[in-house]
Design a protein around this ligand. Structure first.
Ligand code: SF4
Length: 493
């Protein structure tokens, strides 16, 4: 049983604490790919008659890591529960991208403290990107000593063994590798629904000055093409309707291969031939988005005409300070080329306002770039410093009130564009993948267009998981409404 630990304990003998300095190093050693993963014999059946609950914060990469952890736990015999009082294992899969994401996790830990006191046998774990940060691990050890287990993003495959340690050890179990591990191919995954995520690469080498990811996820490592293609084919056989290829910077896929020349465009060209109705990818970096990829996307078929292309700022000077490695002109040229090949493309983006030193003029360039490109939607954020990143050491001379005003102006623009782009669909018939019942009304179905727009319409529940055609009758800022016009589509890819 996992017991509480004293906060003044010297943990150094139990683990190598995560180190952002070590995580920054990019070694030349080869990444090995393992195909022989197995749940350790003594952990098979360990979860019989026990329950787990995983709370997931942050991006799709974390959602997918959660699928792997669910797969591992269920292979050990655990069952899922949404009731924290029923759970024998609770894991918080955390996100480090912004400070408020971290605050949420510490808030949740505060709530779980009482539960842990009532139920000492409960194993409480923290994993994901926050656990790769030295300051976070130290804070948990000092102030949240009731946590039983901390493990990093490179240690997920070690979950069965770590869980065993947490059950039997008297101390908090901490295993966070600062350096990335190898690629473990055959981990079990618990996927649900009709959409699946497939990791094609791990890590990031871009080191944008505001971003913690290169430190928390390690260097860029691509999965071998045959492994990605086999997984996508398998998902197609299982009937998944939509697959999203995942990576922090998917366009860098293949750049780390030394024995073959095979790029993200090559991968997309091969996946295009697999019988899955829709293929998406996220996230792409403007610097690595090349002409070959645009050409492949132009072949369409199951490659949808929606590209999420984070710009972050419309000003070249700010982009330089962010170390984004492209200019405003480069981005505009790229967007123009994409639109020439895919005139109906929907471009969405991420924008940070109030980066240290951003002037009004520089912010106005972000506004004008947004207009010029005509994005459909943007995730917008006020800059939030992350400890250990270069930007956190920059002098931030933009007052919070100014940052908030800029965000407000930008969001007004984003909303206006979203509404205008939805208005353009009024009266049109769109292909919709039916995902389920609407959250607020069980009599209404919810689905997504190829360009990822949410649409509500009335129809039989039997349509869930299928493609239908819907006539758009109402356009709001964030949602379309429509009427079904046909029986399920026969897809020809
Ligand atoms: S490319 Fe994305 S993940 Fe990589 S450092 Fe930049 S913002 Fe972070």
């Amino acid at each position: 049983m996992a017991n509480q630990v004293k906060s003044d304990k010297d943990y150094s003998q139990y683990f190598q604490p995560p180190s952002l300095t070590d995580a920054k190093k990019r070694g030349k050693e080869e990444i090995a790919v393992h195909y022989d993963f197995m749940i350790p014999e003594d952990m098979q059946g360990f979860g019989k008659d026990k329950y787990y609950l995983i709370r997931t914060y942050g991006c799709q990469m974390n959602e997918h890591d959660t699928e792997v952890m669910k797969g591992l736990l269920e292979q050990m015999g655990y069952q899922t529960t949404e009731d924290k009082n029923q759970a024998d294992v609770i894991l918080l899969n955390t996100c480090a991208i912004r400070e408020n994401a971290e605050d949420k996790v510490f808030g949740e830990l505060g709530h779980l403290k009482a539960l842990k006191a009532q139920k000492p046998g409960l194993v409480l774990g923290v994993c994901g990107c926050m656990s790769q940060e030295e300051a976070v691990v130290n804070r948990i050890m000092q102030k949240h000593a009731f946590v039983d287990l901390i493990f990093g993003t490179h240690n997920i495959h070690r979950l069965p063994a770590l869980l065993k340690d947490a059950f039997y050890n008297k101390e908090m179990v901490v295993e966070v590798w600062s350096k990335e591990g190898d690629i473990v191919e055959n981990l079990p995954k618990k996927r649900e629904g009709i959409r699946a995520w497939v990791n094609i690469m791990f890590g990031c080498d871009k080191f944008c000055t505001y971003c913690i990811v290169p430190y928390t996820r390690g260097k860029e490592r691509s999965r071998r093409p045959q492994d990605v293609l086999a997984e996508v084919r398998d998902l197609a056989r299982q009937g998944f309707q939509e697959i999203t290829l995942l990576g922090q910077n998917v366009n860098a896929y293949g750049k780390d291969f030394e024995d073959i020349t095979y790029s993200f465009a090559d991968l997309m060209d091969d996946i295009r031939k697999i019988d899955v109705p829709r293929i998406r990818f996220t996230t792409s970096h403007p610097r690595d988005f090349d002409d070959q990829l645009i050409e492949v996307l132009g072949k369409r078929g199951n490659l949808v005409e929606h590209i999420h292309l984070p710009v972050q700022s419309g000003n070249t000077e700010v982009l330089k300070r962010m170390s984004r490695k492209y200019s405003r002109d480069h981005y505009l040229t790229l967007a123009r080329k994409i639109k020439e090949t895919l005139p109906d493309v929907v471009l969405t983006t991420d924008i940070i306002v109030g980066f240290p030193g951003e002037t009004d003029e520089q912010f106005n360039e972000t506004m004008s770039l947004y207009e010029e490109i005509g994005f459909d939607f943007a995730f917008t954020f006020i800059y939030s410093p992350r400890e250990g990143t270069p930007a956190a050491g920059m002098e931030d001379n933009v007052p919070m009130e100014v940052k908030k005003q800029r965000l407000y102006r930008l969001n007004e623009l984003v909303n206006a564009h979203s509404k205008a782009s939805n208005d353009k669909l009024l009266g049109q018939t769109v292909e919709v993948l039916v995902e389920g019942e609407s959250k607020n009304n069980a009599d209404v179905l919810a689905g997504r267009t190829r360009t990822n727009k949410l649409i509500h319409f009335t129809g039989s529940k039997e349509l869930i998981g299928r493609m239908v055609e819907v006539h758009v009758t109402q356009a709001q800022t964030w949602i379309l409404k429509g009427e079904i016009v046909e029986e399920p589509l026969k897809l020809s890819i």
